[in-house]
Design a protein around this ligand. Structure first.
Ligand code: ATP
Length: 198
């Protein structure tokens, strides 16, 4: 099975694109963000390690990990970010591998927003990057999340530069047009991946 790692900046269209592969061609999608969220729940060993490393102050009054607080902490302190990555990263990798091993499909899409930042290229056969102009990212995310354009711009500024991501790309989807334009690119890529997977 061909393993495609799909990545892109905030609001570049990762969910939109992966859903289209799923609905148009029945291609399975693994979502690293979903795995990440699941790892933070109380039943998981990562939870215990995170509480040990960050203290009980990181918990809400219900005893759940306060993801917003955790995000703030790692945003402002790179040591904390490394600590959290050391706990989560190997588990995310292992869970992606486990989920992939259960699939029978010509290819699979694995959506990993921080694929390049976390150096996860080796886990995939090809890297697909969604490339979207900043102005589209800003308008689409601020409309989707009902937040200010300034806030979105700040997040974009904190992410790696698009050119760095593109350097690792085997395939690129340009998502600066309408959804029909996106469909055409997805159709073309699907055909390519079907050939490559045989
Ligand atoms: P995040 O990084 O926040 O997880 P994402 O990369 O998954 O975001 P999407 O949620 O797929 O991005 O897209 C961001 C927003 O832009 C959504 O509201 C989506 O419907 C819209 N969108 C994506 N592509 C297009 C397009 N080609 N035309 C119009 N709207 C689009």
């Amino acid at each position: 099975m061909l393993r495609i790692g799909l990545t892109g900046g905030i609001g570049s269209g990762k969910t939109t694109v992966s859903k289209k592969f799923q609905t148009l061609f029945n291609i399975p999608v693994i979502d690293a963000d979903e795995i990440n969220r699941d790892l933070l729940t109380r039943e998981r060993s990562a939870y215990t390690e995170i509480v040990a490393a960050f203290g009980h102050a990181i918990l809400t009054h219900n005893g759940d990990i306060d993801r917003r607080l955790l995000r703030q902490q790692i945003f402002s302190d790179s040591q904390s970010r490394h600590t959290l990555e050391a706990i989560l990263h190997p588990r995310i990798r292992a869970e992606i591998s486990r989920q992939m091993s259960t699939l029978t499909s010509p290819y699979v899409l694995v959506v990993v927003p921080l694929l390049v930042e976390l150096n996860m290229q080796d886990q995939f056969d090809r890297i697909l990057v969604i490339s979207t102009d900043v102005r589209h990212q800003v308008t689409r995310v601020s409309e989707r999340d009902a937040c200010s354009q300034q806030d979105v711009s700040k997040i974009i500024a904190s992410q790696i530069k698009p050119a760095q991501r593109i350097q690792h790309a085997d395939d690129v989807i340009e998502n600066n047009g309408d959804l029909t334009r996106l469909d055409q690119q997805i159709q073309d890529l699907h055909e390519k991946y079907m050939v490559l997977s045989t």
